[in-house]
Design a protein around this ligand. Sequence first.
Ligand SMILES: [Zn+2]
Ligand SMILES: [Zn+2]
Length: 352
Amino acid sequence: MSRALAYAAFDKTSPFGPFNIDRREPGPRDVQIDILFCGVCHSDLHTARSEWAGTMYPCVPGHEIAGRVTGVGSAVTGFTAGGLAAVGCMVDSCMTCGSCLAGHQQYCDNDDITFTYNAPDKKQPGAITYGGYSSRIVVDERFCLRVPETLDLAGAAPLLCAGITMYSPLRHWGAGKRTKVGVVGLGGLGHMGVKLSHALGAHTVLFTTSPGKTADAKHLAADEAVISKDAAAMQKHAASFDLILNTVAASHDLDAYTALLKRDGTMVLIGVPEQPHPSPNVGPLIFKRRRIAGSLIGGIPETQEMLDFCAAHGIVSDIELIPIQKIDDAYARMRRGDVKYRFVIDLASLKA
Ligand SMILES: [Zn+2]
Ligand SMILES: [Zn+2]
């Protein structure tokens, strides 16, 4: 075991504070990473504050992890000490089912995924997993990603959840040249969706409720920005989209967007609303064979593909770097939507 420093939530309301955790010694297939940066995802907030069921305390969140390899097991082939490495939302899965073997570990047929934090740790029976709000992590090589040295490492951290969550549906549903893609909502997910869709060559339209965000959308390389409350502006795009990625996690009327899909177009839901969306109107789905689908993060091979794609296109997240001592303030600001567009923790602050 090696001792790692961490920041934990000790219950659903008290502020975060320092917490020491034990990381296992690297086994033959393990990579030990000293964490340099960790993005702050809305899932961290929901979990730490027990807004989803099943939080185990003390809780050390963080699944947008980037750092430097400081040790590898004897059987590791893809990583060497001194190189950059990253870890996303998963640290293990069954690796025997059809989905895992196909590289879609997030959809494990046996529902046997070990999430990066707040999950029973198969590698340390009786223990739970602790995430990236910590100085070190030890992860099976098969769940580690290589980070191209050309990427800004702090800006790359959010690619491990926000980036892949958008990249996977863009690729699955064929976003590219001569396709028109909509992104609903300009937050941590939406801003990555706009950048990635544009880089894939799609005509990219951002939908936002905030007139103040349209200039930002253009800056992020959206071809157009539409105020979704403006019925006339929405009508101009009727039946024209191949794909719409809907990141909004609040319950809302989906019909306003299905009407914008062309024949065989797909709207992919990525945000999970606390209260269900109103049931969509079936007629518009039937008459143009439109689809409503869902998508969850991405598998490990696709996450590596995404990091390499981002390196080739110079894409990172727009971030605000914070010391870990500011995490409670960051959560408060996230609740107000006051972040452009991702907080990233500088783990150097943990030692201070
Ligand atoms: Zn996340
Ligand atoms: Zn599996």
